[in-house]
Write a protein that binds this ligand. Sequence first.
Ligand code: HEC
Ligand code: HEC
Ligand code: HEC
Length: 126
Amino acid sequence: MMPLAPLQVAVLLLGALFSSSAAAEYGDVVLNLKSEREGVRPVIFPHWFHRIRYRCKVCHSELGFRMRAGANVVTMADIIDGRFCGMCHNGQVAWSADRCDLCHSGKRGLQAGIIGGAETKGPGRW
Ligand code: HEC
Ligand code: HEC
Ligand code: HEC
C-alpha cells in the first residue's frame, strides 16, 4: 500500500476527532441553564445553520463557547454587551437581541443538549 499523503492523514485524524460527537455535526442545541427558570422559553441554537457560515474557531475559540452542550453560562447582559451570540446578533452582522422569540423559541421543558440528529429546524419547531 502507498504511504498516506499528509493531507490524507490530516483528514483521517479529523475524522477520528469528531466521529465521537457525530451528533454535533448537525442538529440544534438547546440552551436552557437559566431561561426557563427566569420565565422565558429555552433557546434553540441551530448549530448547522451557523457552522456552514462560520469557522468553528470563531465561536469555540474567539468567542469562548466551550464545546459541550450545556457548558456555557450565557446571560442577556453578556449578549447585549456583544459577547457570545451578541457578537453577531447586534443588528449589524445579524438581527439584534430584541428579537427575543427568534432565539427563545423552544418548547418548555426541553433539557440542554443536542436535538434533531441530522436535522436543523430553525426557530420555533422544537
Ligand atoms: C441571539 C439570541 C438571543 C436573543 C435574541 C435573546 N436571547 Fe435571551 N438568551 C439567549 C441565550 C443563549 C441565553 C442563555 C440560555 C440559557 O442557558 O438558559 C439567554 C438567556 C436569557 C434569560 C435568562 C438569563 C438572564 O440573563 O436573565 C432571559 C431572562 C432572557 N434570555 C430574556 C430575553 C429577552 C426578554 C429577549 C428579548 C428582549 C431575549 N432574551 C433575546 C439568547 C438570546
Ligand atoms: C456561531 C457559533 C458556532 C460555530 C461557528 C460553531 N459552533 Fe459548535 N457550538 C456552539 C454553541 C453555542 C454550542 C452549544 C454550547 C452550549 O450548549 O453551552 C456548540 C456546541 C458544540 C459541540 C458540543 C456538542 C455536544 O454534544 O455537547 C461541539 C462538539 C461543537 N459545537 C463543535 C463544533 C465544530 C466542530 C464547529 C465547526 C465545524 C462548530 N462547533 C462551529 C456554537 C458554534
Ligand atoms: C459568528 C456570528 C454569529 C454568532 C456568534 C451567532 N449567530 Fe445566530 N446567526 C448569525 C447569522 C449571520 C444569522 C443569519 C441572519 C439572517 O438571516 O439575517 C444567524 C441566524 C440565527 C438564527 C435563525 C436561523 C434560521 O433558521 O433562520 C437563530 C435562531 C440564531 N442565529 C441564534 C443564535 C444564538 C442563540 C446564538 C448564540 C448561542 C447565535 N445565534 C450566535 C450569526 C451568528
